[in-house]
Design a protein around this ligand. Structure first.
Ligand code: C2E
Ligand code: CA
Ligand code: CA
Length: 600
């Protein structure tokens, strides 16, 4: 770019020059003392009434700083300042009236006779304007004065570049930050659209590990290491490759694979090499911990993906690298799609909670194995996403459970299921409605109180309700969970242990957890009609549960043979596709009516 004029047309140079000028965000900004100081010195050193920092815009000269000039701008046409920008040379006009080009210029007509201007050049070779001095008398300049004017111009440029770097430099490492990365990538895309590149995302230490280190060693514990790592990486990469600091202990760089003929394997090789470099870095006494550097590699084409997305996919590759043995990983679009889908689901769920149309409850019957009667239903939530369609709870519940939204979801389910239970109760149906709740719900201080209010609103007896909790929810946080359960049990609410047999290796917790029902997970029940081992296992589970006074429900009953076998084994209730799938209220009412007709 420095020799722009040699290789490009003047028009192209001017286009790029204007772009550079605009990107610096200087035009039409208020005066600033840091520039005015230089202008005042210029005026005094030259003993001239007028001095200015003039920027050459498309069709005007705009003064960032001025002494002795009233206007902020003058037309570019035939203003000497513009000639400096065009030629990138120092321009001295001892007497404007003697110059055939400027003798009739507006400047000369306004009484200016003398002009000297030095170009304001960026480091990559674009002249933004001029540092200039003007006088109303003809005057000559010495070689020394020209040098002084050039020095002042250099001071102005240093000031401009310093201001521009502010907010784009990381103060700790001196590296450019992510804002600068995004700007630079946009510039590259403009220059070399379509070129194929790799973004390498380097992370020194897992973010969660870093936070726990900071708790122990203080927030600055990584600073020295991050600085040293940045220095080593930059020395290895050389000055031609810019290293950006995009987060604490996180660096990004771009490898241009067109210039360096890199393929995926070679880019991964580079990543491995950089990782090795960081692994071999001595940490010193001030850092009593280990680094676990990883590098994500994301291939992309300039201009075909937004700079923020380049950063995002490189970060995604870096997270995959954390899970890989080699500590480096190539970006995978299918993994990314999964992440994007998860993100879309989490962010969309908030709307689902507000918009009553998206969530719905379906009910799956529970049948007594003694009387064959339907004695209850399990309420199961369904979500119809406006764009992604039907989303099953196995996909979205685990995501929602990691957010505070699980509280609102359970509240929504409780309200709707209890309202429905109220309707059935008033119709004279004896049905216990079972509701799935999550571990986080047990931590809600007003949970039981709210539950009681909802039951009271429907005048529904407490026995009309059962809460299902998985083993892991019960075990994860035993003391608080058990305390919360005690409160529920005291209120007379029945508790079922869901997915029994899948979550925990020791059964000791059964002594502590105040539950009434055990729901044997469907993975055991699925094989019962053809596998002796399953039968033995279920037989043992039922007998142990009965010994401990639990009521036993088998889930996932899919065949009549399984149903009969469970009956023979003394299981109390069954739930499963063989009796019925989860249904809407209307479908459930029809199913129940048909069942009564068949076995009155
Ligand atoms: P879960 O509590 O074990 O619910 C039973 C799941 O097994 C339901 O899946 C049901 O459709 C399915 N199922 C029932 N009978 C059979 C069968 O015979 N064979 C097979 N293969 N599957 C059967 P669903 O509705 O997709 O729910 C999946 C899980 O999502 C539930 O497992 C529960 O953990 C969670 N979930 C559903 N609704 C809620 C809710 O309202 N709140 C919370 N916290 N979790 C819910
Ligand atoms: Ca359940
Ligand atoms: Ca279950």
């Amino acid at each position: 770019m420095a020799n722009a004029l040699d290789t490009q047309t003047i028009d192209e140079y001017e286009r790029r020059r204007l772009l550079t000028l605009r990107q610096l965000n200087l035009l039409d900004t208020p005066p600033s003392e840091s520039f005015d100081r230089i202008t005042r010195i210029a005026s005094e050193l030259f003993n001239l009434p007028i001095a200015a920092v003039s920027l050459t815009d498309e069709d005007r000269q705009w003064f960032k700083s001025r002494v002795g000039v009233d206007h902020w701008e003058i037309p570019r046409f035939k203003a000497c300042f513009g000639e400096v920008a065009d030629s990138s040379q120092v321009l001295v006009l001892p007497d404007l009236l003697e110059s055939p080009h400027y003798c009739n210029s507006p400047l000369a007509k306004s009484g200016i006779r003398f002009y000297a201007g030095a170009p304001l050049r960026t480091y990559d070779g674009y002249t933004l304007g001029a540092m200039c001095v003007l006088g109303s008398e003809p005057r000559s300049v010495t070689e020394h004065e020209i040098n002084v004017l050039q020095d002042l111009a250099a001071m102005v440029m240093a000031q401009i570049e310093l201001q521009h770097a502010f907010g784009r430099l990381d103060p700790l490492t001196g590296l450019y930050n992510s804002s600068k990365f995004l700007e630079d990538l946009e510039d590259r895309a403009r220059d070399r659209a379509g070129a194929s590149c790799f973004a390498l995302y380097i992370e020194l230490i897992d973010i969660a590990e870093m936070y726990s280190l900071q708790r122990v060693l203080g927030p600055a514990c990584l600073d020295e290491v991050a600085r040293e790592a940045a220095m080593r990486l930059q020395l290895q990469l050389g000055v031609a490759t810019v290293l950006y600091q995009v987060g604490p202990g996180q660096y990004v760089l771009i490898l241009d694979s067109t210039e360096r003929c890199l393929n995926d394997c070679e880019a991964l090789d580079r990543a491995l090499h950089l990782r090795q470099l960081l692994l071999s870095m001595p940490l010193g006494d001030a850092a009593p911990f280990m680094l676990h550097p990883v590098v994500g590699v994301a291939p992309f084409r300039l201009g075909e993906i937004a700079p923020v997305d380049v950063l995002r996919i490189a970060h995604s590759a870096c997270q995959s690298a954390r899970d890989s043995e080699a500590g480096v990983s190539l970006f995978s679009s299918s993994l990314d799609e999964q992440h994007l889908r998860r993100f879309a689901l989490i962010s969309g769920f908030r709307h689902a909670l507000e918009d009553t149309g998206q969530l719905q409850l379906v009910y799956q019957p529970r049948v007594s194995l003694i009387t064959d009667d339907c004695v209850g239903v399990e309420a199961l939530v369904r979500w119809e996403h406006p764009v992604l369609g039907a989303i099953f709870p196995d996909e979205f519940i685990p995501l929602v459970e990691n957010t505070p939204m699980i509280r609102s979801l359970t509240d929504w389910v409780l309200r709707h299921a209890i309202d429905q239970a109220g309707i059935w109760y008033r119709r004279g149906l004896v049905l216990r409605v079972s509701i799935n709740i999550s571990a986080a719900n047990l931590a809600e201080s007003d949970f039981t109180a709210r539950l009681k209010t909802y039951l009271a609103e429907q005048a529904l007896p407490v026995v009309g309700l059962e809460l299902e909790l998985t083993e892991s929810a019960l075990i994860g946080n035993t003391r608080t969970a058990v305390e919360a359960l005690d409160v529920l049990v005291e209120a007379g609410i029945r508790i079922a242990i869901d997915d029994f047999g899948t979550g925990y290796s020791s059964l000791a917790y059964l002594q502590e957890v105040p539950a009434d029902v055990i729901k044997i997970d469907r993975s055991f029940v699925a094989q019962i009609d053809h596998e002796v081992r399953s039968q033995t296992l279920i037989k043992a589970m039922i007998s142990m549960a009965h010994d401990l006074d639990y009521h036993v429900v088998a889930e996932g009953v899919e065949t009549p043979e399984s149903y009969q076998m469970l009956q023979a084994l003394g299981c109390d209730e069954a739930q499963g596709y063989w009796m019925a799938r989860p249904m809407t209220v209307e479908a459930f009412d029809d199913w129940l009516a048909a069942r009564h007709e068949n076995c009155p």
